[in-house]
Design a protein. Structure first.
Lengths: 249, 249
């Protein structure tokens, strides 16, 4: 890369992901958005709702990455412990955020604001709110850590709210080409192309579609002309090998 | 839990997951299967195709968990570095496994076994093979680390091949109930139920379906009668609160 891209890490909090009950989809969404913003997602981790684990992981990630995003565990029930854990990770108190209280009062005008609902207004001392246009209860930002809901529609809305505040690098451009070829047929010449373009990351992924195996080659980089050149070369290679190449994007 | 369940960790290897290009589905599958086998999936991590990261993560996980499963990066192309990294993590050579060579020879009888294809027969010295009934190129087991393909149909077939060799604990039973109620409406009484059943893990997850918000409560434990009792109590609570409860499973 000509200029370095800022880095990010994602912490997915929730027993339901580890038990296989729930299919996480937030990681893919956040990964795509970060790439568009020119932020390199370096690692993601899925951890259970255990206080010591959440605290240690937040402290590890916030030291290692420019931006950290957590999903899950900010609701009103007994298993929603993320906000309290993030406060402990930063060594600050958990406090009621006045603006969050106002938003919850508006949202629960008719139903009433019980103690459990009020829990959703608690953030680490010093945090700023991340808007939740869907169900009002906000996420929050504490230094470089953004704490988002787990429910995908809300996580996405929160990410879109905070995205303009992130400082990205040059956008990471991805292009790909599919061909009905065994990966192994391409492997040698693809390795040669990879060596010729040190600033382009070239991935080759097998697929199985309509009862046929094929390979999807993806080129990613911050210089569009190089990414296009790689894809043109791979397209030509696949054509030569009889792989009926197609550009899915 | 009356008896402890063996633990597991999953390492998902691949830039394509972090860039958002590919939606991982292997974690959910493995999580479900492990729960059925009575093995507790404690953590999962998504890491890029970077040698030092893969080696460090494999060494960290194999020391911490009874079983480790990796997915991705065992194909024939330049970005498939998992097998070599696992060998380095164990401090052993990468060797051609004679039985893997035979299987690849059969699979590529007509196309021919190039150097790149032969790469798929390489395993850490001392590893045993994990069968791949779909595309032949095997995964492998090195001590407590199982190395699987990334392509979901193959990862699943490999997992099913190795599952009978895992030593599980008491099966982790999960039951759930859905209701059209805000989580916050349930929160207090759910917390009380949670305190009454220390051996049952109770999770509450908001959902948004048919333009309505609701809560899904999941109880997990190794004693079926306790899990059922919790779900009966939550069902009754939801009914009392007008939440139209349903049991999805």
């Amino acid at each position: 890369m000509a200029e370095p891209n800022p880095t990010a890490g994602v912490i997915i909090i929730g027993n339901e992901i580890l038990s296989g009950k729930t299919q996480d989809t937030n990681l893919q969404f956040i990964g795509q958005k970060l790439a568009e913003l020119g932020i390199r997602l370096e690692q993601a981790i899925v951890i259970p709702d255990i206080e010591a684990t959440i605290i240690a992981t937040v402290n590890d990630y916030r030291a290692r990455y420019r931006y950290v995003f957590t999903t899950g565990g900010i609701g009103p029930t007994h298993d929603d412990i993320t906000s309290a854990c993030v406060a402990k990770a930063f060594g600050v108190a958990l406090v009621k955020h006045p603006e969050a209280v106002r938003r919850l009062e508006r949202a629960y005008q008719r139903a009433g604001l019980s103690d459990e609902r009020m829990k959703m207004a608690e953030v680490p001392d010093g945090a700023s709110l991340v808007d939740n246009p869907i169900s009002q209860a906000p996420g929050f930002q504490m230094e470089n850590v953004f704490v988002l809901a787990g429910i995908p529609s809300v996580a996405r809305a929160m990410f879109d709210s905070l995205a303009p505040t992130l400082q990205g690098g040059p956008a990471i451009i991805a292009q790909s080409v599919d061909g009905y070829l065994a990966e192994s047929t391409l492997a040698k010449q693809l390795g040669t192309i990879d060596e010729q373009f040190p600033n382009v990351e070239i991935g080759c992924y097998p697929f199985f579609r309509n009862q046929r195996f094929g390979a999807n080659v993806v080129a990613r980089g911050t210089t569009a002309s190089e990414v296009h050149e790689v894809i043109d070369l791979v397209f030509a290679l696949m054509e030569e090998l009889g792989g009926e190449p197609e550009r899915p994007d």
